[in-house]
Design a protein around this ligand. Sequence first.
Ligand code: FAD
Ligand code: DHB
Length: 389
Amino acid sequence: MDTQVVIIGGGPSGLLLSQLLNRAGVATVILERGTRERVLSRIRAGILEWGSVEMLREAGVSARMDAEGIPHDGTLITDADMVVHVDFKRLTGRRVMVYGQTEVTQDLYAAQDAMGTPIVHGVEDVRIADLDGPGAAVEYTLDGQRRRLTCAFVAGCDGFHGVSRKTIPAAKRQEFERVYPFGWLGILSRTPPVADELIYANSPHGFALASMRSETLARYYVQVPLTDRVEDWPDDRFWAEFKRRIPSDAAARLVTGPSIEKSIAPLRSFVSEPLRWGRLFLVGDAAHIVPPTGAKGLNLAVSDVFYLHQALIAALKRGDTAGIDAYSARALARIWKAMRFSWQMTTMLHRFENEDSFAARMRRATLAHLAASETAQRDLAENYVGLPY
Ligand code: FAD
Ligand code: DHB
């Protein structure tokens, strides 16, 4: 056998799984389609649940996160000038950490390099074979040459567009999907964030989110129609639209500046079941997508890795296969709860095209209830900081 686990995809799921397995003495090879620069240039998630923070500590990659990450004890949820402060710390005893996916990925690459893990970039035409035999194999093309790696298990960490999920025969897969009729236009700007905490803003003009990466780097989003292109949104238009969606006191103190990144992401809920097919296990975006409103995408990838790394270590080190047999059901139980929360947050905070006048009143009433009810706040806080593994 060439290695114990072949990991397809060198995004956060693949890197974290590899790091945890290597630390337990399990050998891995990571196959990544893109260059390292490309993986690191993607600005994506910004909020870590505390469970994710603890996983990164366990993986030995927390030094920079602990030094530079910003713990947040709560968040603001607003509708025009109605402002609800949800105090995570008081309501749940837990908090979240502002630390970008790019930084997490960079820290994981550095740790994997230090471990000497083979990470093969630029692989093409990856194909998974022999999944129901005594061992599995992964074939791929590198520099025009076809290659083959044999292994005990394959981890499909190759995102929504990867090959792993599609390796499971369509007749054996069940997919659940909701596509939302809007996307998020996000910008990064070297300006001080408008508030100390995040602002999730509902407004008659649509949703906006004020987030951050550091004290000098702001990350802001506005809901846009799916037909919009980045070129439709010069900076001036973005700032004007963002200002009219956030509460007026925040708009008054907003510092604007040139955007240094701008992109549009569509919103979708998606789950593919099961997560296991013979010796193949799906992890993270390869198996499920959430709309970003609850900040769950990266955190769900981390909880999948939590279940799978324990299961693979038990199987490979002790011959105990109970964990790999239970992986799909255990991970899916948590995934569906995060699906529900992300869908609910999305519904509560976005304006749907051609909606009736009732829908806007329901959003406002949901927020009014949140403002008045500690029970409702605790429910939101409990989900936002992350349900137990
Ligand atoms: P990915 O990060 O997608 O990594 C998969 C890796 O596999 C990639 O590096 C890819 O190049 C590689 N790969 C793909 N196919 C192959 C192949 N055939 N062979 C080899 N390698 C392959 N989440 C949030 O919580 N908040 C956000 O604000 C947020 N914003 C997002 C914006 C965008 C545009 C997207 C797409 C996602 C966003 N997410 C966000 C979700 C979050 O980034 C993902 O949940 C997270 O990246 C999942 O990590 P992953 O490693 O499972 O998948
Ligand atoms: C960020 C993205 C989210 O989807 C979210 O809910 C919170 C923060 C961010 O990019 O900072």
